[in-house]
Design a protein around this ligand. Structure first.
Ligand code: B12
Ligand code: SF4
Ligand code: SF4
Length: 397
């Protein structure tokens, strides 16, 4: 058997690959899987059915099954920035969360991790088998990161490092190399803090460090393919894609520096952080693709993003939003988007907004949209719109 790679070499190769955090885990079963299984059984994953298939469950429980050739797992952390480098333009703009303001992290990290794996292979002086996982693979990334000494799982459920906070992505290289596993874990440093629980707009953080994803605004704006539940829509504020509330308030992020943040994840323009919503609602399918291919926003698809835009426009409570919302209500082919546009107009509830709703009532043919229009006309949204507007102005996080 050949000698194990020197940890110093692994560190240098990881750093060169752009990863500021690294650690090694063995491939033995993860006890955290028990919490995961209970989470699935309770239905907290909502419609993310890819998280529940039988073969995926077995692989999450036992990482060895994910890549039978693996002897070790190198877990890597790559930083993105939690700060906003532009002044908030306000008005009819939405907010994109910190993890999606640059290039799609899946693509970037897959490429970078493959380079790291090849360098490791060269350093080992022999051909090494490896398989890279980033996010979408059936791997319990956070419990593995804890086992490899990258951080602890905070009350908001995310992996946190004492110097780097939690604004980092996880990537794993499953490898046939025998690497020295981390000798100790970073202890839980949440202490008595409960800031993330207090800041979560929907109170979806469970007492045992798991999330009821169905109520999480990241799930609603990114993963949910259908209608956003009525009671959650005002809580979106101006969040167009993702949510950072439970990370922004975390003291470990407030004291973290920006050293090592990957430039691929930085926004290139104001629009990458605060997109102009009237521009967005006019995007055709082809224009949407051309603007968002290569970014994480493509995951929500045009349908999801315009649905979210309609909710955010409604949450502004602003008369200026009526034009964009009525444009969607009368011109959009997708009933899901028209329905949310009707809701948005109901939130504004000015004479003009109500006129548009009444006109649509006589023209609309889709029953789900008609239901949204009726609800919007029946309810007095004045008070709610005021509430939403105030949450919208405080949502830069
Ligand atoms: C599904 C998923 C989601 C879902 C569900 C989130 C969740 N927390 O479960 C939704 C869509 C809501 C989501 C949102 C986000 N996500 Co996400 N998501 C995932 C994914 C694919 C699986 C997570 C999972 O297994 N959840 C199920 C629960 C049960 O597992 P868990 O959170 O690990 O819970 C464990 C603990 O509760 C532990 N446990 C139980 N009891 C106890 C008790 C104690 C004391 C302790 C210590 C632990 C413990 O056991 C559980 C099982 O392992 C991972 C990638 C991956 N393959 O792992 C990314 C991942 C977790 N997401 C990530 C990110 C960036 C986000 C967002 C920040 C994006 C955004 N800004 O909008 C938000 C954050 C929301 C939040 N607070 O979690 C990163 C997190 C990086 C990090 N530093 O931790 C990951 C790792 C992706 C990546 N490759 O970087 N996400
Ligand atoms: S991402 Fe937002 S909604 Fe989800 S747990 Fe964190 S604060 Fe709550
Ligand atoms: S905000 Fe406080 S409780 Fe929540 S994860 Fe950070 S340190 Fe832990």
């Amino acid at each position: 058997m050949s000698a194990r790679l020197d940890p110093q070499i692994i560190q240098e190769i990881s750093r060169r690959g752009g990863f500021t955090l690294w650690g090694v885990s063995n491939v033995t079963p993860l006890s955290a899987f028990d919490h995961y299984r209970r989470w699935i059984t309770a239905g907290f994953h909502g419609t993310m059915h890819f998280l529940e298939d039988a073969s995926g469950l077995a692989k999450r429980a036992s990482p060895r099954l994910f890549f039978p050739a693996a002897r070790s797992i190198l877990i890597l952390g790559a930083r993105y920035s939690g700060r906003i480098p532009f002044a908030d333009p306000g008005g009819l703009t939405g907010l994109i969360s910190a993890h999606s303001r640059g290039r799609d992290y899946h693509q970037v990290l897959r490429e970078r991790a493959a380079c790291v794996a090849e360098e490791l292979s060269r350093a080992a002086g022999r051909l090494v088998e490896f398989l890279v996982a980033v996010d979408s693979s059936p791997v319990l990334e956070k419990p593995l990161a804890v086992r490899a000494g990258l951080g602890w799982q905070g009350r908001n459920s995310l992996a946190i490092h004492p110097q780097e906070g939690s604004f980092f992505f996880l990537t794993e290289i499953f490898t046939s190399l025998e690497l020295e596993p981390a000798s100790q874990e970073i202890p839980d440093l949440c202490g008595n803090c409960r800031r993330c629980l207090d800041a979560c707009p929907t109170a979806c953080i469970l007492p045992d460090r798991r999330i009821d994803a169905r109520r999480c605004l990241a799930y609603q704006t990114i993963e949910n393919r259908g209608s956003i539940p009525l009671e959650l829509r005002p809580l979106l504020g101006r969040r167009l894609f993702g949510c950072d509330a439970c990370q922004s308030v975390c003291p470990w992020n407030q004291k973290a520096s920006e050293v090592g943040v990957l430039t691929e994840f930085l926004p290139r323009s104001l629009e990458d952080v605060f997109p102009d919503l009237p521009v967005l609602v006019h995007l055709s399918g082809a224009e949407f693709k051309s603007r968002f291919t290569g970014t994480g926003l493509i995951r929500a698809r045009r349908r999801g993003l315009l649905r979210n835009a309609a909710v955010v426009l409604g949450n502004t409570g602003c008369e200026d939003a009526v034009e964009s919302l009525s444009y969607l209500l009368f011109n959009e082919a997708d009933a899901l988007i028209r329905g949310h546009a009707a809701w948005g107009l109901g939130q504004i509830s000015s004479c003009r907004a109500r006129d548009f709703l009444s006109t649509a009532l006589s023209r609309e043919t889709d029953e789900t949209v008609l239901e949204e229009i009726r609800l919007s006309l029946a309810e007095d949204h004045g008070a709610q719109a005021g509430m939403a507007a105030s949450s919208a102005t405080t949502a830069v996080e």
